[in-house]
Design a protein around this ligand. Sequence first.
Ligand code: ATP
Ligand code: MG
Length: 341
Amino acid sequence: MSLELGGVEKTYGDAVALRGIDLDVREGEFFTLVGPSGCGKTTTLRCVAGLEEPTAGTVRFDGRDVTGLAPEERNVGVVFQHYALFPTMTVRENVAYGLQFDPPAGSVAARVDELLDLVDLPGMGERMPDELSGGQRQRVALARALAPEPDVLLLDEPLSALDARLRERLRLEVKRVQRELDITTIYVTHDQAEALAVSDRLAVMHDGRVAQVGEPEAVYDGPETRFVAEFLGENNCLEGRASRGVGGETGGSVVAVGDREFAVAGDHEGPVTLCVRPESLDVTASHNRFDAAVTDVEFLGDAYRVHFEWNGRPLLARLDEPPTGTVTLGFDPGDATVLER
Ligand SMILES: Nc1ncnc2c1ncn2[C@@H]1O[C@H](COP(=O)(O)OP(=O)(O)OP(=O)(O)O)[C@@H](O)[C@H]1O
Ligand SMILES: [Mg+2]
């Protein structure tokens, strides 16, 4: 099932939640909506589920306009952040509740067992929800959402109440289940690392709009706005002025930031924002070298996250060795992203 949102707007009285959302989600795709709190992720998901009616715009499933249809007419499975299991029902009864029709008794039991196997909870059917860990409860919620064989799976921060390690393990589980069923999925998270890790494609949302859509690597390496550059991973963004064709040996452009000029790849002219990822700043780089003062060092286990001050601005670098005092950093012209302002 492919999904298409065209010009979807949603207002609540004076409050504007969605300012015009256009999205195409492909059949079988794991598609993620990522963005800061309040940007409209849940509202978008609820419009797809039919739990919310858009103020304007259309929602299509396989080209068919479903904008006015009730949730039960759309065949979507939904899992929310907070465990919505019935506390007085067993795991088995919770999952069976997700079965829409009244199949013969024997086949319900078989289907529930199949679903519990799918989410890796075999033999847990007789437990009560309060006898399960948070991660196990979310697996049951996923099994219940998948019980009626939905065409579309909608997940709204299903892992955000869990601790970091469990979240990392379960996101792989969710992805495995999604692959196994080949089900079109929209996954909502505010966690950019999670979005980068699991998505086939993702949409970065900002203030009721879609800021950028693409494969994780493409959006990470090629942000089109400063918001995306800084939201997806960390970035050093410096405002400067670009001049074309004076890149010297590197053949690109130069960007003047204050009285320092940096060589960059590509043709750029006029006011720009120069973005360099912390992992692109390096003490051994042979281009664009400058001296910066260390202000803080954080040990990450496999590297150091080092805070610098350069010309009164903070900069961040990811280095293998902890530096002290003043250090010469540099970066490859091809590693910088230059955004027009
Ligand atoms: N029922 C409502 N009435 C009024 N305003 C609402 C309602 N639901 C959402 N909003 C507003 O719409 C905007 C988008 O909300 P939404 O819940 O979609 O954000 P979100 O991206 O899911 O945020 P979070 O990451 O915090 O869950 C917010 O400014 C919110 O306050
Ligand atoms: Mg939300």
